[in-house]
Design a protein around this ligand. Structure first.
Ligand SMILES: [Zn+2]
Length: 341
């Protein structure tokens, strides 16, 4: 790659991490128009920048939003159909070939693990729905996961992204399907977040805790290739409709989803609790949220009570709950929103 497009967001472009990276590739054109929950519009603008500067590769720098946006830009460079056609719910992976430009993903948060996963989540213009595109050809060519880049992450982002990594490991472990390799990774990742996230919050420059979080984030993304669950279906509309941070939304709804699932996956709940100090896993998650400063209820994040039915109508259309251990109706999802509210 001799002319990479550097994809990041405006916030990161003001940080020393950005300075370090651009110092290494000083001639690379920079694209910063990535919103916190990346949209189709961002992706198309990135494709235009790539073509305008005649680029021949992509470097993504940031948390989940820039890394996912870069993945979708990479796809759209060589794949001409509208993004909606590649929707995982429509089995869009069959339309995605290996013919995509090289992509180096540099993670600056420990949350999504987008740097090692084959999925990207983009909010489509037509539906305003977070849509998952999934293909092995979307896995970055090279992932740089250097915990040093996370040392200056502000506390609310350390907490939110860290709880996203936690939710990936937990939901992957209880999701339906036979995948013991992912299960082993997910259990270990759950324990690592439980032990390390409060440490990283208490001492942001604790390199050991930051390293463990970076690793647990990758483990979560590897494990959730097996599947996720209802927490992610509930979290996606909370971001696209109410602007909540993705990981924070997962953190708030997760205890209620675990209670909903209690009977359907009792053994697995016990395994998870054993990684987190014992007791009931839902209570342990509440405790972890408390320790990292995440409020227990949706109403504390500006979500209006009368918006819950519309959110449930979006959540049922989200594919993640299809692998939840207990099947979910729209009413079930609304019930979880109400208790979480
Ligand atoms: Zn997530």
């Amino acid at each position: 790659m001799s002319q990479p497009l550097l994809v990041t967001d405006a916030g990161l472009a003001r940080t020393p991490v950005f300075e370090r990276i651009t110092g290494l590739i000083p001639r690379a054109p920079v694209f910063t128009e990535v919103e916190p929950n990346p949209t189709e519009r961002n992706v198309l603008a990135g494709v235009a920048a790539y073509q305008q500067h005649r680029c021949n590769g992509i470097v993504g720098l940031g948390g989940g939003s820039p890394l996912d946006a870069a993945k979708a830009i990479r796809l759209k460079i060589t794949h001409e159909l509208p993004l909606a056609e590649y929707d995982d719910l429509r089995d869009g992976a069959r339309l995605i070939s290996a013919h995509v430009p090289p992509y180096i993903a540099i993670a600056t948060t420990s949350g999504t693990g987008s740097e090692v996963s084959r999925s990207t989540v983009i909010t489509l213009t037509e539906t305003n729905r977070k849509t998952v595109v999934f293909s092995p050809h979307l896995i970055p060519t090279l992932a740089i996961a250097d915990p040093e880049l996370t040392l200056d992450l502000p506390p609310h982002l350390t907490a939110g992204t860290g709880m996203d990594a936690f939710t990936h490991n937990v939901e992957a472990y209880i999701s339906k399907g036979y995948q013991p390799v992912c299960d082993a990774i997910a259990l270990s990742g759950t324990r690592m977040v439980w032990e390390s996230l409060p440490r990283a919050m208490a001492n942001p420059r604790d390199m050991e805790a930051r390293s463990a979080m970076m690793m647990a984030s990758m483990m979560g993304a590897i494990a959730f290739q097996k599947g996720l669950g209802a927490a992610h279906s509930l979290a996606h509309p909370l971001s696209s409709e109410c602007g909540m941070h993705h990981g924070t939304a997962n953190a708030v709804v997760l205890p209620f989803v675990l209670e909903f699932n209690r009977q359907a996956a009792a053994d697995r709940m016990r395994d998870l609790a054993a990684q987190c100090g014992g007791g009931e896993i839902a209570d342990q998650v509440r405790e972890l949220n408390h320790r990292v400063g995440i409020a227990p209820r949706l109403r504390e994040y500006g979500v209006a009570e009368n918006s819950l039915p519309a959110l449930a109508a979006k959540a049922i259309q989200d594919g993640c709950h299809q692998l939840n251990p207990r099947p979910c109706t729209q009413d079930d999802l609304l019930g979880m929103y109400r208790t979480a509210w």
